[in-house]
Design a protein around this ligand. Structure first.
Ligand SMILES: Cc1ncc(COP(=O)(O)O)c(C=O)c1O
Length: 334
């Protein structure tokens, strides 16, 4: 029985068009800034996101950590929504690499309250000064939820009033843009830096890009090298990223439709979902997440337990609408 794998949108295999583009990519030494394919990807994304410059990274984690190094001096504090990837899943890297502390703000559905942000900013002599406000859109652990533009605008206003730098973890900005019916540049607008991933819903095998003003580019290149991310003929990877951008709206909209259908089917089988799916993620509530995932495995369906009582299903390009129907009928047989 073929496994139907909903664990993550990072599981997608490169398409034949990506593999061809990788094989044929024109390349150079990117540490010297001489890889034409990397430069093309960086320029394409800078334009799409409305920034002056972009820098290609092997991972979203490394691009996020570079943003911290750019914005948050040692022994300062970063305010981020609870459940943020940088806090939960980057293995204490902010403390280890940038020497900063991430403090989380309450954020139902990944949306911090602007007034709570204003109250949380430290300025006095007895606490670490706050240097950076961090947002994640879509917010992974909150349920693939979308931060509406008005909320983002209000948060950025507070952050800027208080003199904070701002960064958006836009690993899934594509999903936010489609759900909001806005271009990605509108979701990215107003932040000092934005990280976007090519290796999640867009399906490239590797790569994230950090968008920034031209004035930060030299420093960002230096930090990337410090972190071990100075790649040489990286155009073989960037080439797949360029192909991944072809028709991205269609790919992402299809993923959202599959997630809606999966949610509807799971509800019809009596399962509770929380929150209401907004993008490509469906979070199922159960009393025993690891046990439920083991039972799913027995019928060839894979999903990810998160904590003791939630199971995450993510739709992606390598799962068809028929796979979703097949998974639902397998789950019905449990
Ligand atoms: C919201 C978010 N940010 C950052 C990352 C890190 O990306 P990478 O796995 O490429 O390091 C992820 C990965 O899943 C993510 O979900």
């Amino acid at each position: 029985m073929r496994a139907i794998d909903f664990r993550s949108d990072t599981l997608t295999q490169p398409t034949p068009a990506m593999r061809r583009a990788m094989a044929e990519a024109e390349v150079g030494d990117d540490v010297y800034g001489e890889d034409p394919t990397v430069r093309r990807l960086e320029a394409t994304l800078a334009e799409l996101l409305g920034f002056e410059a972009g820098l290609f990274f092997p991972s979203g984690t490394m691009a996020n950590q570079t943003a911290l190094l750019l914005h948050a001096p040692r022994a300062t504090e970063v305010l981020a929504p609870e459940g943020a990837h940088v806090f939960e899943f980057e293995l204490a890297a902010p403390g280890m690499l940038a020497g900063t502390l991430v403090r989380t703000l309450p954020a139902p559905l990944g949306r911090p309250d602007p007034e709570a942000l204003a109250r949380a900013v430290h300025a006095g002599p007895h606490q670490a000064p706050t240097s950076l406000f961090w947002l994640e859109n879509t917010h992974n652990l909150a349920g693939g939820t979308v931060v509406p533009r008005e909320t983002t605008r209000a948060l950025l206003e507070v952050a800027q009033e208080r003199g904070l730098r701002t960064h958006l973890d836009g690993a899934r900005i594509w999903n936010a843009a489609v759900a909001l019916g806005q271009p990605p540049a509108a979701v990215a607008r107003g932040f000092d830096t934005v990280m976007v991933s090519l290796s999640k819903g867009l399906g490239a095998p590797v790569g994230s890009v950090l968008l920034m003003p031209e004035s930060l580019l030299g420093e960002a290149r230096r930090y990337r090298k410090v972190l071990g991310g100075g790649m040489r003929q990286a155009g073989v990877l960037a080439a797949a990223g360029l192909v991944a951008l072809d028709g991205w709206e269609r790919t992402i909209a299809a993923d959202h439709a599959k997630a809606r259908r999966l949610a509807e089917g799971l509800r019809a089988l009596g399962y509770g979902l929380d929150p209401e799916p907004e993008t490509n993620m469906v979070y199922l509530k159960t009393q025993d997440a690891p046990g439920f995932v083991r039972r799913l495995e027995t019928v060839g369906v894979r999903a990810l337990p998160l904590g003791s009582d939630r199971v995450r299903f993510v739709t992606h390009r390598d799962l068809s609408p028929e796979d979703v129907e097949e998974a639902l009928s397998r789950i019905a047989g449990l």
